[in-house]
Design a binder for this molecule. Sequence first.
Ligand SMILES: [Zn+2]
Ligand SMILES: [Zn+2]
Length: 283
Amino acid sequence: MKLIDSHCHVHFNAYKEDMREVIKRTLDHGVFMITVGTQRDTSKHGLEVAQRYDGMWATVGLHPNHTVEQEFWDNDELPPEEQATPKIKTRAEMFDMDYYRALAKHPKCVGIGEFGLDYYRIPVGVDRDEVIRRQEETVRAQFDLASKMNKPVVIHCRDAYPQQAIMIREAIEAGKLARRGVIHCFTGTLEEAQAFIDLGFYISFSGILTFSKNLQEVASALPLERLLVETDAPYLTPAPDRGKRNEPWRVEVVVQKLAELKGMKVEEVAEQTVKNTKQIFGL
Ligand SMILES: [Zn+2]
Ligand SMILES: [Zn+2]
């Protein structure tokens, strides 16, 4: 293993035609991967795919965008038979502890997530406070699951880093989250990143690092011992291929950028991020 993509969705519908080829291409690059669940079906399916490959693991969880009905359907996520008619409202999934606990017992399940607070994608015309309350409830339930199953958490957070840090601190003070976790696809400030690191969390950078000057400054200032790299594929394709479907082997581009920012050799940064990913997920 040369590298690990610590967060991708290679089992999503975006790869329906060629998932085997994409996984093979990625493994041929020496890139291992953790494929991440976002709701009931994708959590279950990720484990099924991970089971077929050495060098692949999965996480299970309920993403905040799936806790509220919305007027979009992510066609990259589910196979057509799971999608009703196009552009129907998403189902608002209630977190089912028993369902996810059963999935979390799978030997390939290495974490709980992605879940968290997302203040960015709250639909218009709904009760914002109510949506946030639902998100918080779903976060607490998954903190409990991770604590009971002794797994790390994969946090998805947008426009809510201070609130997310408060929730994590409260859980830790209540004796939960012993395994801590990672803030995936981090896009916040240095102070926000530092708050999570102080709580024992890791920070993960995606392809956004290749084009965001602010994020480049943040990454330069953070200790490499606390950093992971990811693609979030099929989303967030790094420069120069922005707009195309992403693939997990492109995590190479994120590592190259990080090495450039740190003034280090690519191999050194690859080695350290692999070490960090193994440590947090117990691979
Ligand atoms: Zn996410
Ligand atoms: Zn994701």
